[in-house]
Ligand binder design. Structure first.
Ligand SMILES: Nc1ncnc2c1ncn2[C@@H]1O[C@H](COP(=O)(O)OP(=O)(O)OP(=O)(O)O)[C@@H](O)[C@H]1O
Ligand SMILES: [Mg+2]
Length: 256
């Protein structure tokens, strides 16, 4: 982690117009700065606006107010094409579901963003996909159909796909939300490795065990950033259980 911000969100607001004409405010002015190499977890009650925040800071969703500067560019002033290009090349996304295309094999799904970006040959994209799959222990399912593999394997594949264009930032919305505790641990092990190799991670989670792996936990309440807790980078001097217990105490102390 260094002292350069990779993402700066200033006073971001998001509201929706309801059918009856009434406006509902989802994000009520959030300031957030994410440093290069940081691993940030976003927690908060269901409906507090975590996913909305993630979509707004990654340019997937429009803002109703405020600004987001990503790598020095104010993304919401860009055209849809420009934002799509930034997302394709500079941002990786992992969701609760993998959203793999069923007519393609696992390997082909992983290659798709590389082929879309068009900056490597098909052969190179395939080599990159294979090497990513090997690294996360799913090399043997490269040619499998997406219905032939487990949820944990599918999520590893989704991580490979998210990272195939080597984006500096990985966004994740409840990446372990559909997994059992063993797969959760394995997926989070990969997140920690990816972060240690330099990728910034911004991840929404409900799970204290998962959030305890992050450097910083921010807590959203009713569309506002209520509190944050700096756990610091996880190093050999601490066990995950210790970090979990610090985080749990902090959550309880604040009534979260
Ligand atoms: N397109 C939309 N139109 C209207 N309201 C929306 C829309 N998208 C989200 N909301 C509302 O915004 C609020 C925040 O939703 P969001 O999905 O960001 O919450 P969350 O914190 O991610 O919740 P969860 O933990 O359940 O995933 C909710 O009340 C939701 O109903
Ligand atoms: Mg959500």
């Amino acid at each position: 982690m260094n002292d350069t911000a990779i993402l700066q969100a200033k006073a971001i607001q998001k509201s929706y117009q309801q059918a009856n004409g009434q406006k509902i405010e989802i994000l009520k002015g959030i300031d957030l700065e994410i440093m290069q190499g940081e691993f940030v977890a976003i927690m908060g009650q269901s409906g507090s606006g975590k996913s909305t925040l993630l979509y707004c800071i990654s340019g997937m969703d429009q803002l109703s107010g405020g600004s987001v500067v990503y790598n020095g560019k104010e993304i919401h002033t860009l055209s849809d094409d420009e934002i799509s290009k930034i997302r394709l090349l500079n941002m990786g996304f992992v969701f609760q579901q993998s959203y793999m295309l069923k007519d393609f094999t696992i390997k082909e799904n992983i290659m798709l963003p590389a082929l879309k970006a068009g900056n490597v040959s098909k052969e190179q994209a395939e080599l990159n996909a294979r090497s990513r799959m090997e690294r996360v222990g799913i090399g043997h399912i490269a040619d499998s159909d997406i219905t032939q593999v487990s949820g944990g394997q599918l999520q590893r594949a989704a991580i490979c796909r998210a990272l195939i264009n080597q984006p500096p930032v990985l966004f994740a919305d409840e990446p372990t939300g559909a997994l059992n505790s063993k797969s959760t641990g394995e997926i989070m092990e990969i997140f920690n490795q990816v972060n240690a190799a330099g990728t910034t991670i911004i991840m929404v989670t409900h799970d204290v065990k998962v959030a305890a792996r992050a450097d910083r936990v921010i807590y959203l309440e009713d569309g506002q950033l209520r509190q944050e807790y700096h756990l610091g980078k996880w190093n050999a001097s601490e066990t995950l259980q210790e970090r979990e217990s610090y985080l749990l105490k902090w959550l309880q102390k604040n009534g979260f």
